[in-house]
Design a binder for this molecule. Structure first.
Ligand SMILES: Cc1ncc(COP(=O)(O)O)c(C=O)c1O
Length: 432
């Protein structure tokens, strides 16, 4: 890394990049970051309510993570999957202990899309059908197969390369696709899902893959009853239930895993993001009685990256030592309570959703018509940046009208106050 550079160097780098990231760039050149804050190159501080793609559950540069990684890079960095390393085996042991019920087998890779493909491979090893069921607004990644398992990507030229996927509606109760209300609907979406599968698939599909709460598709949380209905559907039809907990795991919802909130045990759980404390590590926790991978089924050059393993062990240690699950629940409840008060005061705020610090606010032009306030959501985030708070935005997917509040679990009480004051200031100004 050079010690100095010019604006022209940076501009040349910008021009050299081919694009393909998420939506419009955020005009911040990051200088450094700690806890729930990051600072730009002009020294301006921002409270980071995105946790950088909802990954820094223990915050930026958590001291335990930094120490573990520093120690690790002085020992060795890259060791390929054929070798044992203590960080890998200790992390596998720890994850196996954390895995609920029968989810005791651990697989590792470096991105969420790969991890979801790993879950699909396990499902295909254990069932004869090639088909996977996913939810309408699900998001499972951007590789050629996971892009097809996600909400329809605009201008998608890639579908021919995905496998057979059957999509079913999810319980998006704020905008029920059947125009019914929960609970008097009797869970029509679950009934329709069952019929769709029974009528569309000659043989039961291999698996249903769903997020425990849909993040990118619009911060859509489902009633526990919907989760339980999906478990029953899988049991009745002989499909495996795969929970993509990439966003919801490791404290984001105030629990190790969101499935425990709903009283459902999936057959395969996909994990990552918050696990690595800022380092790339993803994987699967699967039932110990499933047929495992065959050698080479899911092998990648850097899949067992020891530095990420050391970081993950430290991040789990931090969650335990600092009681961060409890903190996530407590701060999440306080933030949600204040946002709900704002919902009652401002026409712009249609719905407030999500457990723990997995909070989405759906903006509407009118509470009655629920017309999505897409531009307002974009403006909201820009106004936040001016005031030193980075809110998340659903930029180019779903309805594009969600503002996300998903800070690190280590956000301080004072930062929470500031974030909520800024949120209200913007809600007021955009309502006028
Ligand atoms: C629920 C979920 N699944 C999968 C992914 C894909 O992960 P990655 O971007 O690491 O491939 C994401 C990323 O946002 C996600 O939120």
């Amino acid at each position: 890394m050079p010690k100095a550079w010019t604006d022209a160097d940076l501009e040349a780098g910008r021009k050299a990049m081919v694009g393909g990231g998420v939506g419009a760039a955020i005009a911040i050149l990051v200088d450094h970051a700690r806890g729930a804050s990051l600072w730009d190159s002009n020294g301006k501080e921002y409270i980071d309510c995105t946790s950088q793609a909802w990954s820094l559950n223990v915050g930026h540069c958590h001291p335990r993570v930094v120490e573990a990684v520093t120690e690790q890079v002085h020992k060795f960095t890259h060791i390929r999957t054929s070798f044992d390393t203590a960080p890998k085996l200790l992390l596998a042991k720890k994850l196996s202990e954390l895995g609920p019920g029968r989810l005791k087998k651990v697989g590792f890779c470096l991105t969420g899309s790969d991890a979801n493909e790993g879950a699909v491979k396990l499902a295909l090893r254990n069932r004869t059908s090639d088909q996977i069921v996913t939810l309408w607004d699900g998001y499972h990644g951007r590789t050629l197969s996971t892009i097809n398992m996600s909400w329809p990507h605009p201008n998608n030229r890639f579908t021919a390369w995905g496998g057979p996927v059957l999509r079913i509606p999810q319980a998006y109760c704020y905008r029920c696709p059947f125009e019914l209300s929960y609970p008097s609907c009797g869970l029509e979406c679950a009934r329709f899902a069952r019929q769709t599968i029974e009528h569309a698939a000659a043989e039961a599909p291999a698996a249903l893959m769903m997020e425990a709460m849909q993040g990118n598709g619009g911060m859509i949380d489902f009633p526990a009853e919907f989760h339980q209905a999906m478990r029953r559907l899988c049991d009745d039809l002989g499909m495996l239930l795969v929970y993509d907990e990439i966003q919801t795991g490791f404290g984001r919802v105030g629990e190790w895993f969101a499935s425990s909130l709903y009283g459902v045990e999936p057959d395969i759980m996909v994990i990552g993001k918050g696990l690595g404390g800022g380092f790339p590590i993803f994987g699967t926790l699967s039932r110990d009685d499933l047929i495992p991978y065959s050698p080479g089924d899911h092998s990648f050059t850097f899949a067992h990256f020891p530095v990420s393993m050391a970081a993950a062990l430290a991040s789990i240690e931090a969650i335990e030592a600092e009681n961060l699950l409890d903190r996530g629940r407590r701060l999440g409840a306080a933030i949600t309570a204040r946002l709900l008060e704002m919902r009652d005061r401002y026409e712009l705020i249609g719905d407030v959703r999500g457990p723990g610090l997995m909070i989405g606010v759906e903006l509407v032009k009118s509470k009655k018509t629920k017309e999505p306030a897409r531009q307002e959501a974009h403006d909201f985030v820009q106004e936040g940046l001016k005031r030193g708070v980075i809110f998340g935005e659903s930029k180019y997917l779903g309805l594009g009208n969600i503002v996300k509040v998903k800070p690190p679990l280590v956000i301080t009480e004072a930062q929470v106050e500031r974030t909520l004051d800024v949120f209200e200031e913007i809600a007021r100004s955009l309502s006028n």
